[in-house]
Design a binder for this molecule. Structure first.
Ligand code: NAP
Length: 317
């Protein structure tokens, strides 16, 4: 990325050189996510020096390291990768050793590269931030999206008595995983008949956030704000928010990711066993600018992965 708000270009760059405490990784696949668009807007709290290589997450093999054996399969996330320093949309990346974790050798590369953010965010939004207790009712806004769909599945597995999956329209409602205890609602009337829930996980944000928080959650309940695909601003009628008495809580994966890393392996195992479902669309590096536009327009289902190296053809999982 050479300028804020401009499409990335694919070009040759010198091989990065790891310094003490860093590892050189040959990237197998990299995640492409909304956060990458946010960073590339130049308006985020993190602004890497231009030009920079985006990509906050990925999977690959260790080439050179003081900590890991060459060939070790690793997941990359954290340490400012793609936020303050070059990221994973490259054939090779240097990362701080602490931003690496060994990852299952059997997981498909596109899944190993992309699972962490939606799965760990969903887990933390429900448990660490949302404080979900067995027997509670949960609503998920943006339930057909990557984070939303995993949140629905984990909530259903965590003893919630009902999970209300909120989607925009009937067509996208089909993207919500079909699980016992999950009820899908869609359209503008979705909230009118809804008995308020104990916990709302909201991946949509924007102008509709205030109504969801004040009318879909019971007094004393919690609303965890995860995302802002419908807009980066929301406005609250403060008397109504106080009357609703809902705790509005931010989810910040960047702050939580190191503490939650131990839970990630179990989530990847559950994906590999098919207990959790997360569709991934795979593109090649030259297809990335077009794929970014599709993601911005909401036309990508599940996660997006880019194959950055000289690999054989990928496929969707
Ligand atoms: N806070 C954190 O730590 C954290 C971590 C991970 C992700 N995130 C954020 O979470 C958000 C969701 O990420 P994702 O990967 O799940 O995205 P995604 O796969 O693109 O899903 C977005 C969901 O939001 C819905 N949506 C989009 N625009 C909407 C609108 N205008 N009105 C109503 N619904 C709308 C989509 O519904 P349609 O299918 O109808 O378009 C879809 O269900 C992003 O903002 C991302 O940056 C935050």
């Amino acid at each position: 990325v050479h300028a804020w708000r401009r499409a990335p270009v694919v070009e040759a760059a010198p091989e990065p050189e790891p310094v003490e405490g860093e590892t050189l990784v040959a990237v197998e696949a990299a995640a492409v996510a909304h956060i990458d668009l946010t960073v590339a807007s130049g308006t985020f709290a993190f602004r890497p020096e231009l030009p920079y290589v985006p990509g906050t997450e990925g999977a690959g093999r260790v080439v050179r390291s003081g900590r890991f054996e060459p060939g070790t399969r690793v997941h990359v996330r954290g340490g400012g990768v793609g936020l303050r320093r070059d990221g994973t949309w490259a054939e090779r990346v240097t990362v701080p050793d602490d931003a690496l974790a060994e990852v299952s050798g059997t997981a498909p590369r596109e899944l190993a590269a992309t699972f962490f953010s939606p799965c760990v965010t969903a887990r933390a939004a429900l448990d660490e931030v949302g404080g979900l207790e067995p027997g509670e009712r949960v609503a998920v806004a943006g339930a057909g999206g990557a984070v939303g769909a995993v949140t629905v599945q984990l909530a259903a597995r965590s003893g919630a008595t009902e999970v209300v999956a909120i989607e925009r329209d009937a067509e996208r409602a089909a993207a919500v995983p079909d699980r016992d205890g999950v009820r899908v609602v869609h359209g503008s009337a979705a909230l009118e008949d809804l008995e308020p829930v104990d916990l709302l996980v909201d991946t949509v944000g924007g102008a509709g956030l205030a109504e969801r928080v004040t009318s879909a959650v019971r007094p004393g309940g919690r609303a965890v704000l995860v995302g802002y695909v419908a807009g980066v601003e929301a406005s609250f009628h403060l008397p109504s928010l106080l009357a609703a008495d809902v705790r509005l809580l931010p989810m910040n994966l960047i702050r939580w990711e190191r503490r939650l890393r131990p839970a990630a392996g179990g989530l990847l195992d559950a994906l590999e066993r098919g207990e959790i479902e997360l569709p991934v669309t795979v593109v090649r590096l030259h297809e990335l600018p077009d794929a970014l536009e599709r993601m911005r327009a909401g036309a990508v289902r599940g996660r997006l992965a880019v194959l950055t190296g000289d690999h054989d053809e990928g496929s969707d999982t």
